[in-house]
Design a protein around this ligand. Sequence first.
Ligand SMILES: Nc1ncnc2c1ncn2[C@@H]1O[C@H](COP(=O)(O)OP(=O)(O)O)[C@@H](O)[C@H]1O
Ligand SMILES: [Mg+2]
Length: 268
Amino acid sequence: MPVIAMINQKGGVGRTSTCHHLAGALADAGRRVLLVDNDPQASLSQGIFGCDVVRDLDPRQTIAGVYRLEIPDPRRIIHHTCVNGVDLLIGSKHVHAFNQPTPQEADRKLRGALGEAIAEVRDLYDLILIDCPPTLFLCTYAALLASDALIVPMQPELYCVQEMVDVEDFIDLVRLHNGRLALLGYLLTMVNPLLSIHKLWERKFRAVLGGDAFRGRIPVATDFKESILIGKPVSHYKPRSAAAKVMRELASEVDERLERQAAAKGAA
Ligand SMILES: Nc1ncnc2c1ncn2[C@@H]1O[C@H](COP(=O)(O)OP(=O)(O)O)[C@@H](O)[C@H]1O
Ligand SMILES: [Mg+2]
């Protein structure tokens, strides 16, 4: 039942896609997964249920109810998806209003609301993945307060590497209030193995991060995009594809890293 947040302040680095496809691969391996759409853009929810369904929902049936401190029972805003074993806490554009740039100044109840909602259901799942917005504002802060671990997806590009310092400072800030938060790893996404600039950045990235970088990396592949178009993770759209294999391997590495972290915490 570990809770993992997917964070980066840069947009379009593959946070939402990684949540979606990783959940599919984990469910394939028999896990019960809760996806939490904590991004006011609600891309994850729209990718799974369609834009109209998400737009027409009463905000109280979404994560907005959590931030409005209105939801006594989070099970009311969690929905089964078309993938057996994957549930979704639906996102909402109404969360924009709460996503303030100075989270540490926000009301303590507001910062802790997501963690409280997740705490009520965490025993029902083997793993909880929180998709976050492309900001290090209140929603990301709340997600990290609620999490045991985090994954930082990033593309092998200069602009992404530049963001790392801010992300690390933000993690340190949250750790003052959540001592159990641990880095699960930096994850290279949308890698084009044919581009020499990507090869160069990957070498640098691994030299600097060592074991903090996932061994696995997510390549650029049309199968990832196509599967989202039909609302399924790639494991359920094209189970035999290279893209599905990558996500199965990533799911195993996530398990391996979580086990290592649990062992390290047990020994401490
Ligand atoms: N491995 C990939 N191969 C091809 N396209 C991808 C891949 N990962 C993500 N994308 C596409 O890149 C865009 C940004 O990805 P997304 O997961 O929404 O990023 P974020 O949530 O970080 O903003 C989307 O259009 C998505 O379909
Ligand atoms: Mg996203």
